[in-house]
Design a protein around this ligand. Structure first.
Ligand code: NAD
Length: 479
């Protein structure tokens, strides 16, 4: 039994839940504790009690903890990657890559603890000095989705601790294994009791307690738009600080002058890898007239080579969908696309078992062409391996279509034109812009996040993480 971690102790939950392998639903990965509201409040109390001391801990102390955690994650990348692929369904190389990213994030924020700096200015008044410093926000509640079971927790937990906050971490229900492994590593990293707490449990119960308890000073949330709206409303009601990273409907523009191989490679990667379950996935490909037919044909050809199979099997390109509910949603959208009059070029059907007869949530990636901007498959986040192609007359229309969405996380373009690449970088309405690269796949040391309906509040990751996880103080001294 994998327990919750509260106040430096492993504790039984109120209930348990089973972690199931989406590549083989007969495979039970383990039993995991589920906290109730009372246990969530105990975790908050523990974090609250530990905050004052951790808030004034030395940078060396924070560095040592985060560096030790990062080293252990990196040293165990194969084993943790295997667990991640088994519970979430991304392929083993992708899962190991995610674990390495998590390890590197802990190492980066170990350094950030040492580099924390402020400003020293002369006052406009004679004889007065001004210091601008950053202090911890206090107790932070971290609520994460299932699609990056170790990297997203890492990019919230590491900066929170580096900047002197104490943490109550609530992972997504579908992926408790990676969350528990991370908590296990942190439990042995030298952190004082109560500084880091894990409460696995339902969003509507445990998550809701985090939102409403006045001892939680800030909430960092990644997940869907409807839940994000709930987080925002609850935080505003009690004036808590919050940060939201939510959905996307990311465009990838392909211009006539693009290198076809680069464009197809990036579109296939962005649309279908990790089973399309990335917030930065590009689900809308906008292609100009001159290259449109060649692009769709090349994309369909490339899709024939993609192997859908067990996430942990060598040679698998695309693992299963994460669970039955998400698979049903993907298939429903394929039906919606057909009914809307889009042309299904390839894929789109469920594959009940893999070649070895394992029952899993497999699905052939789907490509639609001849789609129009108002179609639901072009406006709503599907969060699966479903890509739709839209035609554009020219660059200007392509840019307009790319920006014509309430979302704004990532935006990409394939072009060999410096002029269009430069213009697109400036005018794409997104937090992250990629030229001749997949929209998914980002560095760990630079800001991550979006604009418009995709995100709210300061950026995550890199040096910019300090904006959310600290509060600024301005002090005046008369010498
Ligand atoms: P979700 O909104 O269903 O759940 C996210 C988290 O919120 C989970 O831990 C869940 O238990 C919790 N939660 C649910 N109800 C809650 C409530 N009432 N109060 C408090 N917490 C609650 O999202 P999901 O299905 O796990 O993840 C998929 C979504 O995440 C997609 O929309 C995807 O685009 C988004 N996502 C965004 C980013 C980004 O950085 N923008 C990254 C990854 C995933």
């Amino acid at each position: 039994m994998h327990q919750n971690f509260i106040g430096g102790e492993w504790v039984q939950g109120a209930r348990t839940s089973r972690n199931i392998n989406p590549s083989d639903t007969r495979d039970v990965i383990g039993e995991y504790a589920q906290a109730d509201a009372a246990q969530a409040r105990q975790a908050i109390a523990a974090a609250h009690a530990a905050q004052a001391a951790w808030g004034v801990s030395t940078p060396q102390q924070r560095f040592d903890v985060l560096d030790a955690a990062g080293s252990e994650i990196l040293a165990r990348k194969a084993e943790l990657g295997d667990l991640l692929a088994r519970e979430e369904g991304k392929t083993l190389p992708e899962a190991i890559g995610e674990v390495v990213r998590a390890g590197n994030i802990f190492k980066f924020f170990a350094g950030e603890a040492l580099r924390a700096a402020g400003d020293l200015l002369a006052s406009v008044r004679p004889g007065v000095g001004v210091e601008v410093t950053r202090e911890p926000v206090g107790v932070v509640g971290l609520i994460t989705p299932w699609n990056f079971p170790i990297a997203i927790p890492a990019w919230k937990i590491a900066p929170a601790l580096a900047h002197g906050n104490t943490v109550v971490f609530k992972p997504a229900d579908l992926v408790p294994g990676s969350a528990w492994a991370l908590a296990d590593i942190l439990s042995r990293s030298g952190l004082p009791a109560g500084v880091f707490n894990l409460v696995m449990g339902r969003g509507s119960e445990v998550g809701a307690v985090l939102l409403d308890d006045t001892r939680v000073n800030a909430i960092s949330f990644t997940g869907s738009v409807p839940t994000g709206q709930r987080v925002a409303a609850a935080c505003v009601a009690r004036m808590a600080k919050f940060q939201l990273e939510m959905g996307g409907k990311n465009p990838f523009v392909v211009l006539d002058d693009a290198d076809l191989n680069v464009a197809v490679g990036a579109a296939v990667n962005s649309g279908f890898f990790s089973t399309g379950q990335r917030c930065t996935a590009s689900s809308r490909v906008i292609v100009t007239e001159g290259i449109h037919d060649r692009f769709v044909a090349a994309m369909a050809e490339k899709m024939k080579t993609l192997k859908v199979d067990d996430a942990r099997k060598a040679g698998t390109d695309i693992g299963p969908v994460v669970d039955e509910k998400q698979l049903a949603q993907n298939l429903e959208y394929v039906g919606i696309g057909k009914n809307e009059g889009a042309r299904l070029v390839a894929g789109g059907e469920a594959i009940p078992t893999n070649v070895d007869g394992q029952p899993g949530f497999f699905m052939a990636p789907a490509l639609f062409s001849e789609t129009t901007p108002g179609m639901r498959i072009n406006t709503e986040e599907i969060f699966g391996p479903v890509v739709s192609v839209q035609r554009a007359k020219n660059y200007d229309e392509a840019l307009h279509l790319a920006n014509d969405t309430p979302f704004g996380l990532a935006s990409g373009i394939a072009t060999t034109s410096l002029k269009h690449a430069t213009h697109f970088k400036r005018h794409a309405q997104a937090g992250m812009v990629m030229v001749n690269l997949p929209t998914a796949g980002v560095d760990y040391h630079v800001p991550f996040g979006g604009r418009k309906g995709s995100s709210y509040g300061p950026r995550e990751q890199g040096r910019y993480a300090a904006e959310f996880f600290t509060t600024v103080k301005t002090a005046y001294t008369q010498a």
